[in-house]
Ligand binder design. Structure first.
Ligand code: NDP
Length: 792
């Protein structure tokens, strides 16, 4: 055959040859440990009594025996972390920064070993572990080495929490470790960390590398094992914070297990993220985006774009391109450098994914899958093909559940408004990806999506400087960036008693002037009668107050419904909200004498005047902050800007403190509404009358109906209703008794709402330092990171 035809032949059959990465260095490292590992506690290995195998998902071979930690081991790890804390604190920001920097350098020196070990243990393509997981993990340590130095400047009056517990899943083993450990250490905490039982190996190699990097013994402790170890961490009484990534079900368990413990909690949970393709999108780019979004890491990604929402008129063209691209995906041995997809993590996950797809098929969905060929041999293989599911009902489980595999479900829409509606029609709210050539359209849609991260014309982009995390049942709290750091810090100052005021109960009470008035609830901008038809007269000592309504469960539900409907408030400009708050301050001042008259019999004249003045000051402080507590722009590596937007949380339930009836109420309401939230507030049970008085101020201050709702009644009865309500996004109660705190946090697990439940010192309310606006405004907002790539 002539040479030219040879070349033609070669060109027409052009295919990848095998390009294997050697497993030898990783296997040699396992051999140095005789394929067996103990626990890493106090800077050394501790043998365990029972073990389980870690398997290579691509061939089922045993890689090593891993220790199953016991509850006592977790306790020892906590002790080691506690013992390490004083020296770690004494090391100061400079010393801690150097250690984090050394970790980054050490990981970099061993990056290929880590990548190969990750691929052996998890099954992800070496291309991904080598080019994404490990470099990003390293970047996290570099980035946070810098934060350790900048902490005092950027977060004055904050301090480390102490010893923190961290639990991660198997999909990004080392990367999740870095997301957790780097910020914890940068803030000066010490750590007890648990990897997932399927993928402990890179965490164990990391432990060993910590010695090389000079991490003081006990600062990082690694305990391996199953969910029981996670449970022991979540329940450990001396841990100050739990950071968890994993399934929503386990996240909910951890919320319940930590209820009332005072532990800080961040939950990064599941998702069912929309990938929205508008009619004017660059379809070839969108197809590559889909590949990165749902077939990256075999779709075992919490923020995978598992729901493709495509414009009706574009769907056929996009799906034709997508099917052609699917056929080109290379599936096989993940250590081969030209492979796109490896196996799923294990056979259990395979069965779960396959179960979803087969049930969808039985319902009548059309399933398109790539061929697996010889990879599907044997009953125990873990390879699952890239899968496209069309002709599905919106109510189908495959549309609503997190499948956590390479399965893409397709739906169509006609208008951007319908796309937003479909996108938000999920209990999750982790991420979304938008594809359009119109920046105007994407920036209009991005804020309307209920998601913690929005990618515009890109997908699955991450960086240490940019926070990541969700809303709704995708959890709360952020990892990465400034907002990730605050999760590992607590307030430094014990509340100053600068006003040195006695508690209300200690002040001799005088009888109020008898006024025969019956107050009402304030719901949806109107004064309403309580559903139950009961009113009560609060009594304090020998003082009897005018009757106030006894709100019930139904009143709370009505108030939440009114708040839900008041969506215009979050679209109101920050300038507009500030004006309303200024007006509220002005009118509160104008009604000062009347309000002081109400407060005086409760607390005495001096304190009543102080309370009034502090309330006006507080309203002014939050009016001033309303248009200044803004987001930021991050510039991570690459041609991309990331807008970190402070968005309102939604509907916030608030239980006002008993002892500062007016000041407590405005201190909670003002930051919430300043940031665009709507509020259902239960006023002080000891002086509910103040709410009736202040309603007259509210009614004249231009607050739109439904933004503020006041339901007087028994806090022990009303607070649990708010905590359990699925349409309440967050619950604040800063003077909760321990039993109530436990009850409220447990109930909040129902829809995984954020909680801010504390036991503030009684004198703190009048202290402007304690009520420093940013502290409150952070609780009133959640950060949405919007990624906008650029370039020609
Ligand atoms: P889990 O949420 O069960 O596990 C995550 C981590 O939590 C693991 O380290 C696990 O330990 C630990 N854990 C398990 N039970 C408890 C408990 N009661 N208290 C404290 N910690 C616990 O995820 P799975 O690995 O079991 O995966 C199940 C499903 O969850 C997947 O199919 C997927 O749908 C979803 N998932 C979602 C993730 C996400 O990021 N959104 C990540 C992983 C899974 P152990 O390793 O022993 O299981």
């Amino acid at each position: 055959m002539p040479a030219s035809s040879d070349i033609r032949d070669i060109m027409s059959t052009l295919d990848y040859g095998p390009s294997p990465e050697s497993a030898t260095p990783a296997l040699d490292w396992l051999a140095t440990h005789e394929q067996g590992f103990g626990l890493w506690i106090g800077g050394q290995w501790r043998d365990g009594s029972s073990h389980f195998d870690s398997l290579n998902p691509s061939n089922g071979q045993r890689l090593a025996a891993i220790t199953q930690a016991q509850t006592g081991d977790v306790d020892q790890a906590v002790q080691a972390a506690e013992a390490a804390l004083p020296a770690w604190t004494a090391l100061g920001p400079g010393g801690r920064s150097r250690v984090l920097y050394a970790i980054a350098r050490t990981l970099q020196r061993h990056s290929r070993l880590l990548a190969v070990l990750e691929t052996l243990d998890n099954g992800k393509a070496i291309r991904e572990s080598r080019d994404i997981d490990i470099p990003l993990a390293i970047r996290h340590f570099y980035h946070h080495a810098g934060w350790a130095l900048r902490l005092a400047t950027e977060f004055p009056k904050h301090r480390a929490l102490g010893v923190v517990g961290q639990i991660v899943p198997w999909n990004f083993p080392l990367l999740m470790l870095a997301w957790k450990i780097a910020p914890a250490l940068a803030c000066g905490n010490t750590v007890v960390f648990k990897p997932a039982e399927q993928t402990s190996l890179t965490a164990l190699l990391f432990a060993e590398l910590c010695t090389e990097a000079g991490v003081p013994p006990g600062v990082i402790n690694i305990v391996t094992g199953d969910g029981a170890v996670g449970q022991a961490i979540a329940q450990h009484p001396r841990l100050r914070k739990i950071a968890f990534t994993g399934s929503t079900e386990v996240g909910r368990e951890i919320r319940k297990a930590t209820a009332g413990s005072g532990k800080k909690l961040s939950l990064e949970l599941g998702g069912k993220s929309p990938f929205i393709v508008f009619a004017d999108a660059d379809l070839d780019a969108a197809v590559e985006g889909i590949v990165d979004s749902i077939w990256f890491n075999q779709g075992q990604v919490c923020c995978a774009g598992s729901r493709l929402l495509v414009h009706e008129g574009t769907a056929e063209r996009l799906l034709a391109k997508l099917r052609a691209r699917m056929a080109l995906l290379r599936i096989g041995d993940p250590l081969d450098k030209s492979i796109d997809m490896g196996p799923l993590i294990d056979r259990t996950q395979w069965q779960r994914v396959s179960g979803y797809v087969e049930r969808a098929r039985a319902e009548g969905a059309v399933i398109t899958q790539a061929e697996l060929g010889a990879l599907a041999a044997g009953d125990n293989h873990c390879y699952y093909p890239p899968t496209l599911v069309t002709s599905v009902e919106t109510s189908s489980e495959i549309v609503s559940d997190e499948v956590f595999g390479p399965v893409l479900v397709v739906q169509t829409f006609r208008t951007p408004a319908e796309a937003v509606e479909l996108a938000n029609h999920t209990r999750f709210g982790l991420a979304a990806s938008l594809w359009s050539e119109s920046i105007g359209l994407t920036l209009d849609v991005a804020p309307k999506l209920k998601a913690g991260v929005v990618w515009i014309n890109t997908a699955n982009a991450f960086d240490a400087a940019c926070g990541f995390g969700g809303v709704k049942e995708s959890g709360f709290g952020r990892e990465g960036g400034r907002e990730g750091l605050i999760e590992y810090l607590g307030p430094d100052a014990t509340p100053a008693t600068q006003h040195d005021m006695p508690a209300a109960s200690e002040v001799p009470l005088r009888t109020p002037d008898a006024i025969d008035r019956t107050a009402k609830l304030y719901v949806g901008g109107a004064q309403t009668r309580p559903d139950g038809g009961y009113s009560v007269r609060a009594e304090t000592g020998d003082t009897t107050w005018p009757a106030t309504p006894l709100g019930n469960r139904k009143d709370i539900r009505n108030a939440v419904e009114a708040a839900r409907k008041a969506t215009g408030w979050e679209r109101q400009s920050a300038h507009g909200r500030a004006q309303v708050l200024y007006y509220l301050a002005e009118n509160t001042q104008a009604h000062a004498e009347r309000l002081i008259a109400t407060l005086t019999p409760f607390a005495g004249d001096a304190r009543a005047r102080l309370e009034l003045q502090c309330s006006v000051d507080r309203l002014l402080a939050f009016a001033a902050a309303a248009d200044k507590f803004e987001g930021r722009v991050h510039q991570p590596p690459g041609n991309v800007v990331v807008m970190a937007l402070n968005e309102p949380v939604g509907v916030i339930g608030q239980i006002a403190p008993d002892d500062w009836p007016l000041l407590g109420m405005v201190s909670l309401l003002a930051p919430a509404i300043a940031m665009g939230n709507r509020v259902v507030l239960v006023p002080s049970q000891r002086l509910p009358w103040i709410a009736a008085d202040w309603v007259q101020v509210l009614e004249t201050s231009d607050i739109p109906a439904g933004v503020v709702n006041l339901v007087t009644g028994q806090r022990d009865e009303l607070a649990p209703v708010l905590a359990a309500h699925a349409d309440v996004d967050s619950l604040w109660c800063l003077d909760a008794a321990p039993e109530l705190a436990t009850q409220l946090e447990r109930l909040s697990a129902i829809n995984l709402k954020r909680t801010w439940i504390d036991r503030a010192d009684n004198s703190a309310w009048a202290d402007a330092d304690w009520a420093e606006p940013d502290h409150f405004l952070r609780q009133a907002t959640q950060v949405k990171n919007v990624w906008v790539p650029y370039g020609v």
